[in-house]
Design a protein around this ligand. Structure first.
Ligand code: F6P
Length: 519
């Protein structure tokens, strides 16, 4: 009986293995060549739903040897909620997170499909004026339902080609619409469905969302007052037929989650499976407070001077100077932050959206990162040394240079060169990039939950992976990202994307100078 990776990503072979014709559907997505009973029965028998890509393996019967990709769960997330409730913001974040965890995730946005279908028709000043969203307008309702179903079909066929999580981004705000979607998904027995409803009653967030909507492509070339008026009427139309998720939906046996005011209150019903649980746990932990996440590698170590990887070497004299300058620079940035805070107070920004005064400092448990923050005063900073932030463990290659690895273990060297993301160093405790991603997962949740500024001092692989998440960097590029020593990144999560700045330590000036960011 062979061991196989569950949910592993082998895009090239997956594409040939997953045929995905309609006939495969009764057997489950993409299992056309298999005896349907064997696969479905086997899948149903599986008690455990943890199938994290690259780190979980199943022992399968011989006849299922080639179907490892099929045993990763497929999840269809159906969004629910009135317009301007932050659904698209939520799904973008969720997509970024799941993709980072190596689940292939794609968003299918019905609004975009509607805009393409309308071919820019500018009747009544907008491509689709409020009348189009009137629940009494049966012709328009038919079109809207059709668009939603077309998006769903696109989502299903994408899952058949190997995707793992498909997100249907639309209002889906009536029971009738949700029933229609569920009816279609009933013929896809191997897809789990999770409804996520976003509810927002916070007037500050609502006003902000509404203003953002005015710059949507729907109102391109429309003056602000007309756009605002039309959008308000569109909202009223939706509110007239809106049915929140509740007992009636529960009768359909679905799993759902209602997020109220950006996860402040969460109602979860019938949640089944690891992946659905991960999605909800992630969404209930983030916040909209303005803050900076500073990230850097440790100062130069004595092993860096001789090109050795791994180990636990102390800093060189130059590395120590970097650490000292880092603490002065962050102190300076804190003072600048205080000015912004005072401005926000003058503007009467509500307390929960103001900058936090405290600054946290996280390092790994290795000497070189601890020494880098030696000048940070624990009376002023909340300093934590966290093992999850340790560098990738190189197993039998610890303490060697890349040249030595190539000479001593040429096959290992070549395997890593071929697929750095999946490659796991041999020897007890040897890790791959995917292993490091999994151990960083709790830190990502914590990082999303925190409202204060944060300084992270870590190592090359960990920094690549954290920036990979924060900057949404493609997994093929992430392991090769240039992250030099003595370079500081500042990441600011904003409502519509992340702003990244990069600062280089200039030794002669003993200060940081901003540089353009290469994405
Ligand atoms: O050389 C410093 C270092 O942090 C090593 O400890 C680590 O093995 C290496 O970088 C990781 O970089 P890469 O994944 O490119 O080999």
């Amino acid at each position: 009986m062979p061991y196989v990776k569950v949910g592993s990503i082998d895009i090239a072979t997956a594409a040939t293995r997953i045929s995905g014709p309609a006939t495969a559907m009764s057997n489950g997505i993409g299992l056309s060549n298999m005896d349907p009973l064997t696969v479905s029965a086997y899948r149903r028998r599986s008690l455990c739903s943890i199938d994290q890509p690259g780190v979980v393996m199943s022992k399968l019967p011989q006849e299922l040897e080639d179907t490892q990709h099929e045993f990763g769960s497929k999840l269809v997330v159906i969004m629910v909620g009135l317009p301007a409730r932050g659904k698209s913001y939520l799904v973008k974040k969720l997509q970024r997170y799941l993709t980072w965890l190596q689940y292939d995730t794609k968003v299918f946005n019905v609004g975009n499909r509607r805009r393409i279908a309308s071919k820019g028709d500018n009747t009544n000043g907008t491509s689709h004026s409020h009348a189009f969203f009137d629940p009494q307008n049966s012709a328009a309702k038919t079109i809207r339902d059709e668009l939603a179903l077309e998006s769903l079909e696109e989502l299903i066929s994408w899952l058949k080609q190997g995707g793992r999580v498909g997100i249907h981004d639309a209002t889906n705000s009536t029971r009738e619409r949700r029933k229609m979607i569920l009816n279609r998904l009933e013929s896809e027995p191997n897809c789990r469905v999770l409804f996520i409803e976003s509810i927002c009653t916070d007037p500050v967030v609502l006003a902000h969302n509404l203003t953002m909507k005015l710059s949507s492509p729907d109102y391109k070339g429309v003056d602000e007052a007309t756009a605002r008026n039309d959008f308000k009427k569109r909202l009223e139309n939706y509110e007239r037929s809106y049915q929140t998720l509740g007992e009636e939906d529960e009768e359909d046996g679905i799993q759902y989650c209602k997020l109220i005011n950006v996860g402040k209150k969460v109602i979860a019903y019938n949640i089944q499976g690891y992946l659905a649980g991960q999605c909800i746990f992630y969404l209930m932990n983030f916040n909209l407070s303005p803050r900076c996440i500073w990230l850097t590698r440790h100062g130069e170590s004595i092993d860096n001077l001789v090109g050795k990887i791994g180990g636990d070497a102390p800093l060189s004299a130059r590395g120590k100077r970097y650490g000292a300058c880092l603490s002065r620079f962050i102190k300076y940035q804190r003072e600048e932050n205080e000015v912004l805070r005072q401005k926000e107070e003058e503007l009467e920004t509500p307390i929960n959206y103001r900058r936090d005064r405290t600054v946290a400092v996280w390092t790994s448990m290795l000497t070189r990162t601890k020494e880098t923050v030696e000048e940070f005063d624990p009376n002023e900073y909340d300093i934590k040394h966290i093992r999850f932030l340790n560098e990738i463990y190189a197993g039998i290659c610890e303490g060697l240079s890349y040249n030595q690895i190539e000479q001593l273990y040429p096959e290992e060297f070549e395997s890593r060169r071929e697929n750095k993301l999946f490659y796991r160093y041999p020897g007890m405790g040897g890790e791959s990039y995917l292993d490091v991603i999994q151990r960083l997962n709790p830190l990502i949740i914590e990082l999303e939950r925190m409202t204060s500024d944060l300084v992270i001092v870590t190592h090359r692989v960990v920094l690549r992976i954290l920036l990979g998440y924060l900057m949404d960097i493609d997994r093929s590029k992430m392991p090769e990202m240039e992250v030099q020593l003595h370079t500081l990144y500042c990441v600011e999560p904003k409502p519509h994307g992340t702003v990244v700045r990069k600062f280089k330590w200039v030794e002669e000036l003993d200060w940081f100078i901003e540089e353009p960011v290469d994405k």
